[in-house]
Design a protein around this ligand. Structure first.
Ligand code: ATP
Ligand code: MG
Length: 262
């Protein structure tokens, strides 16, 4: 068996007296291309967990390993270069730039030429330009955004802006993509489309780690599900196992009925 792509080992995060994550472990198994979800009621610690994986927060204790390399406490841009990316929030969308320009901008992080080579128009910079242009078109196609390539972001509806945020994350060519509530605020039609695209992203060879409250979407899309409750992991399994797990049902009691899709 090959080494896990990503591994969280007994991560704990304390904010003063509050323990947001306690002893949370998760293994993202090889090969790449699975969708693994992290669910749990509001305040369970899901976003905190993602922020520790992607370098936006440092764990109080525990370790994060990416392809066996210890990345605990590394800054987000270094972790992104090693292949783990958290999607851009909508605040990083520029109203006047087109969809294509957004993906190209995100690509700049990954060009091989130095700034000087770009300024001088060196061969390597030209090569980058062509390669990254092709890559950006490919990503827009995967995200079903080709028709919006030349449309300024301010003219794009919410559902497409969300997809554009994910497209920018993909520009980093990650092996692991972290999506925190990517379908929140989308209408059912937009959600269905975004779920289908998430599947395509995974099929293209990217492991997707998903935090999502839309249980119908989670159950439909996940290969495995991990459940957080008051900062602790209380269950892990296939959608079927999670749906029938008494501890999970208990944790969700008192929530809206539809939350677990029961
Ligand atoms: N920077 C912070 N400082 C202090 N407390 C924090 C901080 N970030 C999160 N918390 C607390 O940690 C707990 C877990 O928060 P977190 O945002 O990880 O939950 P969540 O599972 O993502 O919730 P939601 O489903 O509402 O997004 C909450 O009690 C929250 O108030
Ligand atoms: Mg959250």
């Amino acid at each position: 068996m090959s080494a896990p792509i990503l591994e969280a080992r007994s991560i704990t995060k304390r904010f003063g007296g509050l323990t947001a994550n306690e002893d949370v472990s998760l293994v993202l198994p090889a090969p790449v291309g699975q969708v693994i979800s992290v669910i749990g009621p509001n305040g369970a610690g899901k976003s905190t967990f993602f922020k520790m994986l992607s370098g936006f927060l440092r764990p109080s204790s525990g370790q994060v390993l990416l392809h066996g390399q210890d990345i605990t406490g590394m800054p987000p841009h270094r972790i992104a270069r090693l292949g783990l990316v958290r999607t851009f929030q909508e605040t990083t969308i520029f109203p006047d730039l087109t969809a294509m320009e957004h993906v190209s901008l995100a690509h700049q992080l990954h060009r091989e030429a130095s700034d000087l080579e770009v300024v001088l128009g060196a061969p390597r910079a030209k090569g980058d330009e062509i390669r990254l242009g092709e890559s950006a078109r490919e990503i827009l196609e995967l995200m079903e955004l080709s028709a919006s390539a030349d449309v300024a972001a301010r003219h794009l509806p919410q559902g497409l802006l969300r997809l554009l945020g994910i497209a920018m994350g993909l520009a980093a060519r990650p092996q692991v993509l972290l999506l925190d509530e990517p379908y929140a605020g989308l209408n059912p039609e937009e959600t269905n489309r975004a779920v289908a695209i998430t599947r395509k992203i995974a099929a293209s060879g990217v492991s997707v780690l998903l935090v999502e409250h839309d249980m119908k979407a989670v159950m439909a899309i996940s290969d495995r599900i991990h459940v957080l409750y008051f900062g602790r992991k209380i269950a892990e399994g296939t959608p079927e196992e999670i749906r029938n797990d008494p501890k999970v049902i208990e944790a969700y009691l008192g929530q809206e009925d539809e939350e677990l899709g029961l």
